[in-house]
Design a protein around this ligand. Structure first.
Ligand SMILES: [Ca+2]
Length: 124
């Protein structure tokens, strides 16, 4: 017979305005108590460590750092080591300037949430 089986309209679900709404992501947040330490062997070798919070246990995170020497203040060139909700970043400042340098940190989760914080270091 002549019934037309090809008259399908769009598949169900392609109209995103009617899809179930994903639970809103909460951005990660730095906690107080950022630690900036200088190596006893070479005090221009700096370690920054701290923790952040994120209520979503399934989120994964990256932490990036700018050490205050960058020509472009919006670039965070280095990636920190992240272990759970803890991070550690290390840097050796060249001997040309004593600062103070503003260290800037940015944590981002895999859903696009992010937060920033900063600390200062100098070599008197
Ligand atoms: Ca999150």
């Amino acid at each position: 017979m002549g019934s037309d089986q090809n008259d399908n309209t769009e598949k169900y679900g392609e109209d995103t305005s009617h899809m179930p709404v994903k639970v809103k992501n909460v951005a990660p947040k730095f906690q107080r108590g950022l630690q900036v330490t200088k190596s006893p062997r070479n005090n221009r070798h700096v370690t920054v460590s701290g923790t952040f919070t994120d209520p979503a246990p399934e989120d994964t995170h990256t932490v990036r750092v700018a050490w205050g020497q960058e020509a472009n203040p919006f670039v965070y060139p280095d990636q920190c080591t992240v272990n759970g909700h803890q991070f550690t970043c290390q840097h050796l400042y060249p001997g040309s300037s004593n600062g103070p340098f503003t260290i800037k940190l940015k944590v981002a989760d895999d859903d696009g949430g992010e937060a920033t914080t900063s600390a200062q270091v100098e070599f008197p």
